[in-house]
Design a protein around this ligand. Structure first.
Ligand code: SF4
Ligand code: ZN
Ligand code: ZN
Length: 325
């Protein structure tokens, strides 16, 4: 089977018949053309290209190895990340473990749990951990949307960050790694620019965010920072990994998804646009001083960071509101 990174979802190829090309490395028939790299690859050399991008992203960010906890949702991005990082552990001197968070979102959660259990069997040398939010925190994500007037993804994102950080901190991990891709990152910054959220830009995602031990904050890694959803999809397909292939039913209300659609046209004009856009933002940020967050305290219930004046973090306040604290 041949893939073109611009032809997923049966959309028309925008670069002509590049697939008649040969692999840029070994000259075998190519299976994929990567427009921003202006290169075609065979299966083997696409996989190498993909992993090299992860290595370079981490190296350029100054990553020196350590214990890494990967948040695995069962989606293609985090499944690709777990597989790629576990196969690179000797190259980057890391210990890898995976944490699946059961969010209690009906069939979506039960199917993604099945995918992750399957992955656990396939990746024998990776430790897997499971965290059920209903069992541990007393609520599910659908229950939270009934009491908070915020988009489900904003609530869910805050809860997942809290769980991953707390779990990683308590189990001695140096970093939490997540499967954010260039589509997510570019869309985050685009939305922040278009809605004048200067603070979001200054505090926005980077490939590596160091931890702050005195605030019980574990470092963050985003190894797929410069890889697209389509490259992640291709990687899991070529390796033959299972992933959850239908969307979360709560994602429909996320405005970020609507902004994501804007990239289609821009990328058809310039395939390097997302990477250039994000690199430009990161370059600009190097010349700016991020605002100091001197108001961070530790939550009086759970002991993890909060900026709220009542010294309750988002999760503890939510539990109180739901009557489960
Ligand atoms: Fe959570 Fe939104 Fe992802 Fe669903 S789509 S799992 S609600 S962040
Ligand atoms: Zn090749
Ligand atoms: Zn708390």
């Amino acid at each position: 089977m041949k893939y073109c990174s611009l032809r997923f979802n049966n959309k028309n190829c925008l670069v002509g018949c590049e697939l008649s090309q040969k692999c840029i490395v070994c000259k075998a028939d190519a299976i994929v053309y990567i427009p921003y790299a202006r290169a075609a690859f065979c299966r083997e050399h696409f996989i190498k290209f993909y992993k090299r991008k992860i290595l370079n992203t981490l190296k350029d960010a100054g990553f020196k190895g350590g214990k890494v906890l990967i948040g695995v949702s069962g989606g293609k991005d985090s499944v690709a990340l777990l597989h790629a990082l576990s196969s690179l552990r000797d190259d980057i001197k890391i210990e890898v473990a995976a944490l699946y968070i059961d969010l209690g979102i009906g069939v979506y959660s039960s199917k993604s749990l099945e995918v992750v259990r399957g992955l656990e069997k396939a990746l024998e040398n990776v430790s897997f951990y499971y965290f059920d939010i209903k069992e541990n925190l007393g609520f599910t994500i659908p229950e939270t949307t009934k009491v908070l007037k915020r988009p489900a993804c904003a609530i869910c994102g805050s809860i997942k960050r809290w769980v991953l950080n707390k779990f990683a901190y308590e189990h001695g991990f140096d970093y939490v790694a997540t499967g954010h891709n260039i589509d997510d990152i570019a869309t985050f910054y685009l939305k922040a620019l278009l809605t004048q959220r200067t603070e979001d830009i200054l505090r926005g995602p980077e490939p590596l965010t160091p931890g702050v031990p005195e605030l019980r904050l574990v470092g963050r890694l985003r190894p797929q920072f410069f890889l697209s959803e389509r490259e992640n999809m291709l990687y899991v397909n070529l390796i033959g990994l299972s992933f959850i292939d239908f969307p979360c039913p709560l994602s429909r209300r996320a405005t970020l998804f609507k902004y994501k659609g804007l990239w289609e046209n821009i990328l058809s004009l310039n395939p390097v646009a997302q990477i250039n856009f994000v690199k430009t933002i990161l370059d600009i940020k190097k010349h700016l001083t991020p605002p100091k967050q001197s108001n961070i305290k530790l939550c009086k219930v759970c002991g993890y960071p909060t900026t709220a004046s009542d010294e309750l973090c988002f999760v503890c306040r939510l539990r109180k509101k739901l009557g489960v604290l």
